[in-house]
Ligand binder design. Structure first.
Ligand code: G1P
Ligand code: ZN
Length: 544
């Protein structure tokens, strides 16, 4: 096989964000752009020779073309085995599982997660290491540094590979496996959950369900698992065919973007349970008849109920949440005497904690949760956890949530996003907030007395690495919090995220509508960051 060395010039914008490199498709299509990045990844690894690599993506526009390029570069760099999802499709948690199952060296996930897809929309690429999880910061920094100085990449001169047929074949001494995207992942799920119990609850009509795959990657997974394996009626999975542009939608499972599902669940005739997942299948949204479960509550409820699930019945070692996620899970950890960790935003920060068994469950407010079964967040895992829980406790979602609030209190929670803000204005807002922090200590704002105001930095308890500037937190003596962060996944301007949280032990307050309950904190957040004043905007782009 002939290996060519292609000369190229570096780009200066290939810094991976919260979750890999995300850009508009047009940028990825610039000459050598993708190839430079992939070669930078391989150059930053110890040695790719003779190793195995997992490849797959969420099926968005450019997935197939990108894969063909990556395959050629991977072979040229000495990988001896490529494990590729059929059709080029693999959900992010499935990639994580396949890396672990096959003891692969790593994997490349092609996805921009919940960002829209299509020729004029977003594409993304992320490297996962041998534990199945996203590359740690040390590696993403090395990749970025390499991308700034790269002058060429290697390309194997081979024919285009047929991705659509399951097969195992060799290109000279390189083993290529085109594997079913679902089978191994579905098998893993049967090891964790009580499929017989769930199946019985579905067959007997105790559980009726609707799953919205949002025309993204989880369609085939959900159809196999919910309809074929668990016996949910055909049509329980909606928008189940993955499309390159996700049907023009925004594949983000929240009340704004999964409106069809939200409407179904807040009207007469709603099924017992509904859920949705995102572009690459790592996020989840959980709904019951007339109730939406915030991701922060979902994590806390899972932690409090882990004993009901076969995989966790013997106990969990600890829990973790990203810093902006509500403190609901902390209350469970305290009551159960479990270690509880607060990490920066992004799944990569859970990797060391999971590897060293300091935690079993973890999650983020951004509709992500998972356990030690993989090293990514896992949308369908969360859905199966809830189905198993409902079947076991024989209660509705609403009953489970309300009982939880009664026992632990409720962390009323919301996130307000201001998208595509001028980057300069966004930076000024953060400069302003940083100046404000030292002036806030002990200050009183109506019912709120500031107990701390700082910029979050994290020392990894396993490798002692330090990550700074991970969001600004203002905490109050009554347990309420306001957090400000800039998104690390957006592709247009800056996205300011404001996270708002208010604790209430009083069960009468538990029926409150979050935006009303949080109104005074929302005003206070504006007083601190002045986003409306500085941008002239009157409201957030998305409220979750
Ligand atoms: C967002 C979420 C974060 C999540 C990431 C990848 O990142 O906030 O929790 O890990 O997407 O799904 P952000 O855009 O806030 O940097
Ligand atoms: Zn995702």
């Amino acid at each position: 096989m002939n290996i060519k060395t292609i000369t190229s010039t570096p780009y200066n914008d290939q810094k991976p964000g919260t979750s890999g490199l995300r850009k508009k498709v047009a940028i990825f299509k610039k000459p050598h752009y993708l190839a430079n990045f992939v070669q930078s990844v391989f150059d930053s690894l110890d040695n790719c020779h003779g190793k195995s690599l997992v490849l797959g993506g969420d099926g968005r526009y450019y997935n197939r073309d990108a894969l063909q390029i990556i395959i050629k570069i991977a072979i040229a760099n000495g990988f001896k085995e490529l494990i590729i999802g059929q059709g080029g499709l693999l959900s992010t948690p499935a990639v994580s599982h396949l890396i672990r199952l096959n003891k692969a060296y790593g994997g490349l996930v092609l996805s921009a997660s919940h960002n829209p897809g299509g020729e004029t929309e977003d594409f993304g690429i992320k490297y996962n290491i041998d534990n199945g999880g996203p590359a740690p910061e040390k590696l993403t920094d090395a990749i970025f540094n390499r991308s700034l100085e790269i002058t060429n990449y290697k390309l194997a001169e081979i024919e285009t590979i047929d991705l659509d047929t399951q097969a195992q074949f060799k290109i000279e001494d390189v083993n290529i496996r085109i594997v079913d995207s679902v089978t191994d992942y579905a098998q893993l799920m049967t090891n964790l959950f009580d499929f017989e119990l769930i199946k019985h609850a579905i067959n007997s009509g105790t559980i009726t369900l609707c799953f919205d795959a949002m025309h993204a990657i989880t369609g085939p997974y959900a159809k196999r698992i919910f309809e074929q394996m668990l016996g949910a009626s055909e049509g329980s999975v909606i928008n189940g065919i993955p499309l390159e542009d996700f049907g023009g939608g925004h594949p983000d499972p929240n009340l704004v973007h999964a409106k069809e599902l939200a409407t179904l669940m807040f009207n007469d005739g709603a099924p017992v349970f509904a859920a949705a997942s995102d572009g690459d299948g790592d996020r989840n949204m959980i709904l019951g008849d007339n109730i939406f479960v915030t991701p922060s509550d979902s994590l806390a409820i899972m932690a409090a109920n882990a004993q009901h699930i076969p995989a966790y019945a013997d106990g969990i070692s600890g829990v973790a949440r990203s810093m902006p996620t509500s403190q609901a899970v902390d209350r469970v950890a305290k009551a159960y005497n479990l270690p509880c960790f607060e990490t920066p935003t992004g799944w990569k920060f859970f990797g060391n904690l999971l590897d060293s068994d300091k935690i079993t469950l973890c999650g983020e407010e951004s509709f992500g949760s998972s356990s030690n079964h993989v090293r990514e967040k896992d949308g369908l895992w969360a859905v199966l956890f809830w189905l198993n829980l409902i079947a076991k406790r024989k209660q509705s979602v609403m009953e489970i949530v309300h009982e939880h609030w009664k026992e632990f209190g409720r962390d009323i929670y919301s996130r307000h996003d201001y998208e595509a803000v001028d980057s300069e204005i966004a930076n000024k807002i953060f400069d302003h907030l940083r100046e404000l922090l030292p002036t806030l200590s002990d200050k009183i704002f109506g019912d709120y007395v500031v107990s701390y105001a700082d910029e979050f930095s994290y020392k990894d308890p396993v490798d002692q690495s330090i990550s700074e500037q991970q969001g600004i937190r203002i905490g109050f003596e009554n347990g309420s919090r306001i957090v400000f962060r800039l998104s690390g996944t957006g592709t247009v301007g800056a996205t300011l995220r404001i996270y708002l949280e208010k604790f209430s032990k009083d069960s009468n307050a538990h029926q409150q509508e979050p935006q009303q309950a949080l109104a005074d904190l929302i005003d206070l957040a504006e007083q601190f960051c002045e986003i409306k004043q500085r941008t002239g905007r009157t409201e957030a782009t998305v409220i979750t």
